[in-house]
Design a binder for this molecule. Structure first.
Ligand code: PLP
Ligand code: LYS
Length: 460
């Protein structure tokens, strides 16, 4: 593109306000990525605030009257909590650590749902102390533990997570609707009904409804409708056996996002009306009032808002053609390609290249051959050390799943909005890494030389 051309929208899976501008620049909501990378270093996670907010609003308008709980496991920090709070969503949290983020960001506890198949005493104490809106019971043994921390004067509202026996097309590691798995209580075995009975026996607990979560990165509406009907049937059975009509039905999250241009997504504008209509029809058939519906999207709110920028460090020819392009990050900041074979779109940013496209594999910096961030992507043949690469769709389950493998410090998160960039999670430092490591007694600490971060061999 030459300097007379107008910016071209990137389209999905890039953020809503991402454009290709002149000279190969990627501009997200008015912020140029090359300058951002120079200012904050690389790797860096970029989160487009207005993208997150747009998606929260799309959920609220596609599901009027329903509660939208953002699944914080996808991406959580206090700034994100503020956006979610301001957009009127609930938060789905899964540990005392996540609860600490929400608590210290001032999120209203009555809009927090707590999940977990193995909630520790600490998790439960944090949830009960905070006074969260709902705890989602995931096992029978947990019922007494929650009741013990509540009281008749201050009863705890709970939902019950059930497994509806629905199969889904997704990676096996994130398929959770089937019978044989670690989450929830089976409907067909009778465990779910037994758990209902036990919860109802506790005056310290208020059973508000049922919950299920059938999997993640799902592309079809149908499994949700099947799960919904099974949960409504269970609501009717609970009414018939116990004389109790529960008010809430939570269908979890899992709504898939496009990972390639033109790729399929489970768009809430398509899903929302089908859920609402099916819920009404199923309840009418069982002569039940329509319960308040909850959904818990994580990826669908956060994934496309995020982009990761890396510097190219080294290039190597592959035997058979193509090349390995090694960058200054890897499976420590994005384990998804190695774990699930996940695909992220990749683009050269910050300079224009006329070179023909060549097939390249983007390799991470970690000490294992499987640390490949993207296989067989087409990039200009003149990609060189110092170049900047942008990865799309890294807003969910990247920062959240980052590790310190090889004692690599985790990257910062920078929010962009209307032409302004702002640090929202600072980079980890080597001092952070050493802070938890107890130096052996009597070892004198030798101060290291301060070195510039690698990955800036060129100005781009
Ligand atoms: C209980 C629960 N709710 C919501 C989610 C959010 O999932 P996703 O990010 O796929 O929407 C998950 C994770 O899959 C989950 O386990
Ligand atoms: N970590 C998974 C999603 C897990 C969903 C958690 N409930 C991913 O990146 O795809």
């Amino acid at each position: 593109m030459d300097s007379t051309q107008t910016p071209v929208p990137c389209g999905a899976p890039w953020p809503h306000r991402a454009v290709w501008a002149t000279a190969g620049e990627l501009v997200i909501d008015g912020v140029a990525m090359a300058a951002l990378a120079r200012r904050y270093g690389t790797p860096v996670y970029v989160m487009a605030e207005r993208d997150v907010r747009d998606r929260c609003r799309a959920y609220r308008s596609a599901l009027p009257g329903a509660e939208i709980a953002y699944a914080g496991k996808a991406f959580l920090c206090r700034e994100m909590v503020r956006w979610i709070e301001e957009e009127g969503l609930w938060l789905d949290l899964a540990s005392s650590g996540e609860l600490a983020v929400a608590r210290t960001a001032g999120f209203p506890p009555e809009r927090v749902l707590v999940h977990g198949n193995a909630k520790t005493p600490r998790d439960l104490a944090a949830a009960l102390d905070l006074g969260v809106g709902r705890i989602v019971v995931d096992s029978i043994g947990e019922i007494n533990r929650i009741a013990a921390g509540a009281s008749r004067a201050r009863p705890q509202r709970v939902m019950l997570r059930v497994t509806p026996g629905v199969t889904t097309r997704t990676h096996p590691a994130v398929a959770t609707g089937g019978e044989d798995q670690k989450f929830g209580l089976s409907i067909s075995s009778g465990a779910a009904l037994e758990a209902v009975r036990r919860v109802l026996d506790h005056p310290e607990l208020v059973l508000t409804g049922l919950h299920c979560h059938i999997g993640s990165q799902l592309g079809e509406v149908r499994p949700y409708l099947i799960a919904l009907r099974r949960l409504v049937a269970l609501l009717a059975e609970i009414r018939d056996r116990h004389g109790r009509v529960l008010d809430e039905l939570n269908l979890g999250g899992g709504h898939g996002v496009a990972t390639r241009p033109g790729g399929a997504a489970l768009d809430v504008t398509r899903l929302g009306p089908r859920l609402t209509a099916t819920l009404r029809a199923a309840c009418a058939a069982c002569d039940l009032p329509v319960p308040r519906l909850f959904v818990e999207p994580g990826r669908a709110i956060a994934a496309a808002a995020g982009v990761t920028l890396y510097r190219v460090v080294a290039i190597k020819a592959r035997p058979g053609g193509g090349a390995y392009v090694a960058v200054d990050g890897g499976m420590s900041d994005n384990p998804r390609p190695a774990l699930y074979g996940a695909h992220h779109e990749v683009a050269l940013v910050g300079r224009r290249s006329e070179a023909p496209l060549r097939t390249m594999t983007i390799a991470g910096r970690h000490c294992e051959a499987g640390d490949l961030l993207a296989a067989d992507v087409a990039l200009p043949a003149d990609v060189r050390p110092g170049d900047l690469l942008a990865f799309a769709g890294t807003g969910a389950y990247n920062h959240a799943m980052a590790s310190n493998y090889n004692l690599v410090a985790r990257p910062p998160v920078v929010a962009v909005r209307a032409g302004t960039a702002r640090l929202i999670v600072r980079a980890e430092t080597e001092a952070d890494l050493l802070a938890r490591d107890m130096a052996p007694a009597g070892v004198a600490v030798r101060q290291g030389r301060t070195v510039e971060p690698v990955g800036h061999p060129g100005k781009g």
